[in-house]
Design a protein around this ligand. Structure first.
Ligand code: FPP
Length: 237
């Protein structure tokens, strides 16, 4: 009898290479992001079909505000468009969408879009899809430390009662298990301020494929690589 392949419960993706994909075709960077959005749409479905229960994607980092205003505007527009065009399909597919990150910096329009899709998809049971927006791991950890320190200062908790779980529970990702597999496209091999606490025991998969070209066959390669990994969590087999 063949053994069943191990499937990650939670996949996190650093979607990189939209700009290079566009440049190689003589297109504007925003067209690369549009192609990236199509790739994201397909990936959400493919990941859910593979039986994965949580998917997190790094869609906009706290550092991305420093990009040219036209590109930032195009990304904001894509968020709103994506919500408008995809929400019904996501409801049908049973996908629960959550935004993680500091959303106060977004316009009222973007925040309303995010709240709308979160509400519409709240009952989804098939997979949870977390969009990291205005997210960075350091800002997330800073906010978590502040909230824990506040509880201690108010006498609601003792310093010695702070555990690893206390910290995990104070992060934006508290509703998800840690990622089993982190994928980064476009050949870069770094974490770029993404899920640093949560990635402690994640498996990493780097591919030179640019994000707009990341299709079902590429996902399959990543799942295959994951299944072949030997996860020991610091123990001996
Ligand atoms: C990285 O490529 C990609 C991003 C910063 C944005 C990711 C956005 C999408 C996939 C589509 C939009 C989806 C949402 C929800 C906003 P890059 O621009 O850094 O590429 P480069 O390194 O080749 O320049």
């Amino acid at each position: 009898m063949s053994e069943e392949r191990s499937i990650p419960r939670h996949i996190a993706i650093i979607m990189d290479g939209n700009g290079r994909w566009a440049r190689m075709r003589g297109k504007e960077r925003s067209e690369g992001h549009l192609a990236g959005m199509n790739s994201l749409r397909e990936t959400v479905r493919n990941v859910a079909m593979a039986g994965v229960k949580y998917l997190t994607v790094y869609a906009f980092s706290t550092e991305n505000w420093g990009r040219p205003q036209a590109e930032v505007d195009a990304l904001m527009e894509l968020i709103c468009k994506g919500v408008e065009l995809e929400s019904e399909e996501l409801v049908k597919a049973g996908i629960k969408v959550r935004a993680i990150g500091e959303r106060s910096r977004f316009s009222q329009k973007v925040r309303a879009s995010l709240e709308k899709i979160e509400q519409m998809t709240a009952q989804g049971q098939t997979m949870t899809f977390a969009l990291a927006l205005n997210y960075s791991s350091r800002s997330e950890l800073t906010a978590a430390m502040q909230s824990i320190a506040q509880r201690v200062a108010e006498g609601k908790m003792k310093t010695e009662e702070i555990t690893e779980q206390t910290i995990s529970d104070a992060l934006y990702t508290s509703f998800m298990p840690d990622p089993d597999l982190i994928i980064r496209t476009s050949g870069e091999c770094r974490l770029s301020n993404f899920l640093m606490w949560q990635a402690s025991y994640s498996e990493f998969y780097f591919t030179p494929t640019l994000w707009p070209d990341f299709d079902k066959a590429e996902l399959e390669k990543a799942l295959e690589a994951y299944a072949a990994r030997d996860r020991r969590y610091g123990l001996v087999k």
